[in-house]
Design a protein. Structure first.
Length: 566
């Protein structure tokens, strides 16, 4: 497989047009130092909207959002939080984070005095009070309402400082990151919000065009749908004008084409899972000989199977029986699947907890493990009334066990799906395989109404990643299909443990709740874990800045304002 990809790349490289610093020409002496710099980034799909909270869950969305939006705080590659749009982080020692006996809290935030929107207007406290109104408006289909749903109100102190009053404890109230209470331009969209209905506000062209003004280091200046997005450095960015003058996101959904563009010189860097596992091996192999760049491999995502448990959506009602779900988990050779798909970089995992996490041993000893055991899987299916009729599995009426499986288009995903389908077929199931084109990953309704199984991945962030299984994240039509629990698994016990894990200010109490919640999840097989998804980020020689990220810090462009050509 690797050899075939390399051969294909060699054929394509000759067709790739030169890019990156090479396409800027060369000037002698000091003249070369003042020439504007440009970075071309290869990415697997484009976005729906420039607002983080309005995006429905696109895998690549955060890469774009860090260009135009800056959250209050950010985490570096070691996970250490620091202020970004905020001048400082609230702290209990400084008296700017107060936790009361009744569970309520307050945090005082100060904005950087020079922080401005892309149109030059200052970013103020009013932009945060406006944002909270929008995010809490049930008529507006935001991606999620955490942590906004735990906020009672925002009290402005002056234009550059405000107090957030919390209804209940929130352990990370002093480090609000991307997708958490990000400002909205009240001076541009406040009157629109008041004048039109929520749907018209949500669908306003301002959020999806070059009219958009954000808080980030770059401003969108051109958007060619399906092809590219072009950004220019914002001169008045509060952290200083970026060293890179122009950033181009080139939309390339095919892994082989991504590899060809990287090796051919027309793409300077990739982000997220654009390059894939196989592509990462190929580029690393070629560049290892030529020293033209580096590929950073970081296990940052949890790959798993979602199971459709909404009675109105599933086309295989047998999935509602936990014994059937256990049979499926035990009928898949998941260790081998992980070995093949990740090129040996990741072991199989049941849960979204990294082996490097201090809590991993406790979790590992408490969860229910579904080891590969086809005989036991067959016995479980027989218990539920499914019997083998020749090579097929059928119920008492002779109806076959038919199930559809989906995955998003990419060579890694399709390889994985093929192996899983083969294992389930060995149990007698009739498995159809549906490849979802990159163009449809922004279609929330299509993504959540899968009829059987769906493979996907989430950034590892305990307990944040566990939200993919809480009841109120079930992506229903009433919520316009926004929500990370696409399979709609519901378990009241899991919800209770998650509540503690995401609210307690006591670290030991939170960790115990995480362990118990994951025990419940694996016992009831709410999802089926597969592996740790490694991001392979290719970076051309001379480009400083791109590299590994903290798993919970979604997006490799989190530090785009610091990137530069050496």
């Amino acid at each position: 497989m690797k050899r075939a990809l390399i051969i294909a790349v060699v054929a394509l490289v000759g067709c790739a047009s030169p890019g990156g610093p090479a396409n800027q020409g060369s000037l002698p002496g000091d003249a070369a130092q003042v020439r504007p710099s440009r970075v071309t980034i290869g990415i697997g799909a484009e976005i729906d909207t420039l607002v983080t909270k309005f995006e429905g869950g696109n895998t690549f969305a955060s890469e774009f959002h860090f260009m135009t939006n800056s959250p209050l705080a950010i985490r570096n590659e070691q996970g250490v939080a620091s202020p970004l749009l905020a001048a400082e982080l609230p702290s209990q020692d400084a008296g700017t984070w107060i936790a009361r006996p009744d569970g309520s809290m307050q945090t005082t935030w100060k904005l950087r005095p020079n922080a401005a929107w892309h149109d030059g207007q200052p970013i103020t406290s009013a932009d945060f009070t406006f944002a909270l109104r929008v995010y809490l408006d049930e008529r507006v289909p935001v991606r999620d309402r955490e942590p906004e749903q735990w906020i009672d109100r925002i009290e402005p102190i002056d234009d550059k400082s405000f107090v957030i009053h919390w209804k209940r404890p929130y352990p990370w109230a002093n480090a609000l990151m991307a997708r958490q209470l990000e400002a909205l331009p009240e001076h541009r969209m406040g009157s629109v919000y008041e004048a039109v209905d929520p749907e018209a506000f949500f669908n306003h062209s301002f959020w999806t065009s070059t009219d958009y003004v954000g808080t980030g280091p770059f401003r969108l200046v051109r958007w060619d749908p399906g092809s590219q997005l072009v950004y220019r450095a914002f001169d008045r960015y509060f952290m200083g004008k970026p060293s890179i003058d122009e950033v181009v996101f080139r939309i390339i959904s095919d892994t082989g084409t991504v590899v060809a563009n990287v090796l051919g010189g027309s793409v300077d860097a990739t982000v997220g899972i654009t390059l894939g596992q196989q592509g990462g091996v190929t580029v690393r192999s070629v560049w290892g000989q030529s020293a033209e760049g580096q590929v950073f491999a970081t296990p940052v995502r949890f790959r798993y199977i979602q199971i459709q448990l909404d009675p109105e959506r599933t086309q295989q009602p047998a999935l509602m029986d936990v014994r059937v779900r256990r049979a499926m988990a035990q009928g898949m050779d998941r260790p081998t699947i992980a070995e093949i798909v990740t090129q040996g970089l990741s072991p199989m995992t049941e849960v979204p907890v990294s082996p490097n996490d201090p809590i991993f041993r406790r979790v590992d000893s408490a969860i229910v493990k579904h080891s590969y055991d086809p005989s036991r899987a067959a016995a479980l299916l027989q218990e539920t009334g499914w019997a083998r009729v020749g090579d097929a599995l059928a119920d008492s009426r002779g109806q076959p066990f038919a199930i559809d499986m989906r995955t998003t288009a990419s060579s890694d995903n399709e390889t994985e799906m093929g192996i899983i389908a083969a294992d389930l077929s060995k149990l007698g199931m009739q498995v159809t395989q549906t490849v979802v084109p990159q163009s449809r990953i922004r279609d929330n309704e299509f993504r959540v109404t899968f009829p059987g199984l769906n493979t996907t991945a989430q950034s590892i962030d305990v307990p944040g990643t566990m939200a993919v299984a809480i009841s109120d994240q079930c992506a229903t039509a009433a919520r316009r299909f926004a929500g990370s629990n696409r399979g709609c698994w519901r378990n009241a016990e899991f919800d209770r443990f998650y509540q503690v894990a995401s609210t307690s200010l006591d670290v030991a109490e939170r960790e115990t709740a995480v362990v118990q919640a994951l025990r419940v999840l694996t016992e009831d097989v709410g999802i089926i874990g597969l592996s740790y998804n490694t991001e392979n980020v290719a970076v051309r020689k001379g480009l400083i800045g791109p590299g590994p990220r903290w798993p919970a810090q979604v997006g490799n462009t989190w530090n785009i304002h610091e990137w530069r050509w050496q």
